[in-house]
Design a binder for this molecule. Structure first.
Ligand SMILES: *Cc1c(COP(=O)(O)O)cnc(C)c1O
Length: 378
């Protein structure tokens, strides 16, 4: 638990212990204290196997993975990239790093995920205006997969690639297939608050061998394979380090247990709010494929007689952290002047949403503090 926090129960604290220490120490003792080494290779292989993709590149962050996929595909100035507005800033920032223009697409009410109907409308209108739309970037909200079948079909019908931001959904499935295996490439994140962590890190996953090879080269300063330092394109320093990959391997070996624990919290939250008027769990009734990274409630104050903000305050008074869901990117000052295809649903979900403590490191005693506070409040 973080000692810097004023909360005694955190939203999603890293879940690391003895096994992680052992793996990291072993990597250090092996001498591979570099962004290369046997743990990185093994970590990539283990993730590739788990997700069922042919190629995986370990990178310093999920943001780096988004960035390099766009760089490798040559996305840049003059291109427009439809992207979920209901997301963390990193998704949209990557599009801006390459000089392309994000085009925000709003979401479905039940899940907060990109609306296929709005994507269809956006692509139809952009194409009719002669706009270049090389790629679409949808996001799996809080660990629930988007409607991959619909979104990928629509994008392909308009000649656009799909870069899946699965940063939050590692361990989730859609139609029985793992998040990270969809589209032309997917991105996952191992940031400190995600379902599993390397403290900081991410990956690009793809079945496209050429893309994986190019991203790997770009991530290591774009060195040509000759003895001296030879460069024919601009490179980046984005490779995941071997030490952090060792941490990732320990986490991956515990992933199923961590998923189970988060699902357990989800089930108990669902039971807790089952009879609370105007309160629902974001993502809908069927969460069988979700990784339950964060459980968020949506509160209709006209029915509940209280707001998400009221509950957040009551939880804070009891030392429990909770947070609003992502503020839609089209509402952010940094997005001024950008366009989108909107139904305003993300604005409603932002106003009425609250994420609740969901971490796998949370103890039952801590969780009881959360539920007792909620029960008293409701
Ligand atoms: C966390 C996150 C990212 C960024 O991943 P980092 O590893 O922190 O760079 C990107 N997109 C979404 C939706 C995220 O939640």
């Amino acid at each position: 638990m973080s000692t810097q926090s004023t909360f005694s129960v955190l939203l999603s604290a890293p879940d690391t212990g003895g096994l992680e220490q052992e793996y990291v120490m072993r990597a250090m003792k092996s001498g591979w204290v570099a962004p290369a080494g046997p743990d990185l290779t093994a970590f990539e292989e283990e993730v590739a196997q788990r997700v069922g993709v042919a190629h995986v590149v370990g990178l310093s962050s999920g943001t780096a993975a988004l960035h390099l996929a766009l760089v490798s595909w040559g996305v840049g100035p003059g291109d427009v990239v439809p992207v979920s507005t209901f997301t963390f800033a990193a998704t949209v920032n990557a599009i801006r790093y390459v000089g392309a223009e994000p085009h925000f697409v709003d979401c479905d009410e039940e899940t907060g995920n990109m609306s296929p109907a709005l994507l269809e409308q956006a692509l139809t209108e952009l194409k009719a205006a002669g706009t270049s739309v090389p790629v679409v970037v949808p996001v799996d909200m809080l660990g629930k997969c988007i409607d991959y079948t619909a979104i990928i079909d629509i994008a392909r019908a308009h000649g656009a690639k799909v870069l899946c931001d699965a940063a939050e959904s590692f361990g989730a499935t859609y139609d029985g297939k793992p998040a990270g295996s969809f589209g032309d490439a997917s991105v996952i994140s191992f940031n400190g608050n995600k379902i599993m962590t390397t403290s900081g890190g991410g990956m690009l996953l793809t079945n496209d061998e050429a893309l994986a090879a190019h991203v790997k080269k770009l991530s290591t300063q774009a060195r040509e394979p000759v003895p001296h330092y030879e460069h024919t394109e601009v490179g980046y320093n984005y490779r995941l380090s071997n030490i952090l990959a060792a941490l990732g391997r320990a986490q991956l070996s515990r992933l199923d247990d961590m998923l189970k624990r988060r699902r357990d919290w989800r089930d108990r939250y669902r039971a807790l709010f089952a009879n609370a008027p105007g309160v629902r769990i974001l993502g809908g009734a069927d969460d069988s494929g979700d990784n339950c990274w964060l459980t968020a409630i949506i509160v209709d104050p006209e029915l509940s007689q209280w707001t998400a903000q009221d509950l957040s305050q009551a939880l804070a008074d009891a030392g429990v952290e909770s947070r609003p869901v992502w503020k839609p990117m089209h509402l952010q000052p940094v997005s001024r002047g950008l366009n989108g295809t909107m139904n305003r649903m993300s604005e409603k979900l932002f106003a009425q949403g609250l994420t609740l403590p969901s971490g796998s490191a949370m103890t039952s005693v801590q969780f009881n503090t959360v539920t007792e506070t909620i029960q008293r409040f409701v």
